[in-house]
Design a protein around this ligand. Structure first.
Ligand code: SF4
Length: 254
């Protein structure tokens, strides 16, 4: 019971606020419950479609394609594709979060995700048509250009402050002192095999670890492979200290 409450602490917090609200002002609290009910109903109608869309992206769009068009190396091309994707998307912004998480999982960069989310929120195409009608085409065009520039700059700044490792992805956890290859991220490029042929090999277009019983996190080549893996598919479970500590140990070892 306590465990369940801990797992759902945000929900518990909201329920407590409602209880407090009912004690202070029953009428406003009832109105608030009614509004929440409306949004929950809206979410229940939208989210199944969103989950279907994420499953389709996950299954049908190859990781290489996402990385090529939306990945870290996609540059301005990636920014413009992200603006386009965000602008043509329909539905409320909360529908964008699961889609964006799937895109990150498949190799999209943080900056492009910021651009997609921001475009989704503020520069949808039907909204632009209404803006031009009510506030003039000139107003709409100037706002669109400045917003687009602002969104791209914001994406760059966020990508410097938030890393992919900061985003919870779920899935397998790596044990201390072992190396895990997240199969769903691996594109079989072979960079890890080139850098640490004593640990990695490619099988069925995916990298695998040959011997995981060693204190592998200490080995310089594996750390290099982890750093150079283009999709961040390699994770090292470190036994002692941070990566910096381990690198120091390696330097000391010569
Ligand atoms: S470098 Fe990364 S993506 Fe490439 S084969 Fe190795 S684990 Fe897979």
């Amino acid at each position: 019971m306590i465990k369940k409450l801990k797992e759902n602490k945000f929900l518990v917090f909201v329920v407590l606020i409602y209880i407090g609200l009912f004690a202070i002002n029953g009428e406003k609290a009832a109105l608030s419950v009614k509004n929440s009910g409306y949004y929950i109903k809206e979410m229940l109608t939208i989210m199944p479609v969103v989950f279907l869309l994420t499953a389709l992206i996950d299954t049908w769009i190859p990781q290489e394609t996402i990385m090529d068009y939306l990945g870290d190396e996609s540059g301005l091309k990636g920014s413009f594709i992200s603006i386009f994707l965000g602008s043509i998307s329909a539905g409320p912004i909360y529908a964008a979060f699961p889609v964006c998480k799937t895109l990150i999982k498949k190799g999209a960069s943080i900056s492009n995700i910021v651009v997609i989310l921001s475009s989704w929120a503020v520069i949808k195409i039907p909204m632009l048509a209404n803006e031009a009608k009510f506030l003039s085409p000139r107003f709409m065009a100037v706002r669109w250009v400045l917003t687009t520039i602002g969104i791209i700059i914001m994406g760059y700044i966020v990508s410097k402050m938030v890393k992919k490792e900061d985003i919870p992805m779920g899935g397998e956890k790596v044990e201390d002192g072992k190396v895990l290859i997240k199969e769903e991220y691996c594109i079989g490029c072979g960079v890890c095999v080139k850098l640490a042929p004593e640990y990695f090999k490619i099988e069925n277009n995916k990298a695998i670890v040959m011997d995981n019983d060693d204190y592998i996190g200490k080995k310089a080549n594996v750390i290099k492979a982890e750093e150079k893996c283009p999709t961040k598919a390699i994770e090292i479970g470190r036994v002692r200290g941070s990566k910096v500590d381990i690198c120091k140990e390696i330097i000391e070892e010569g």
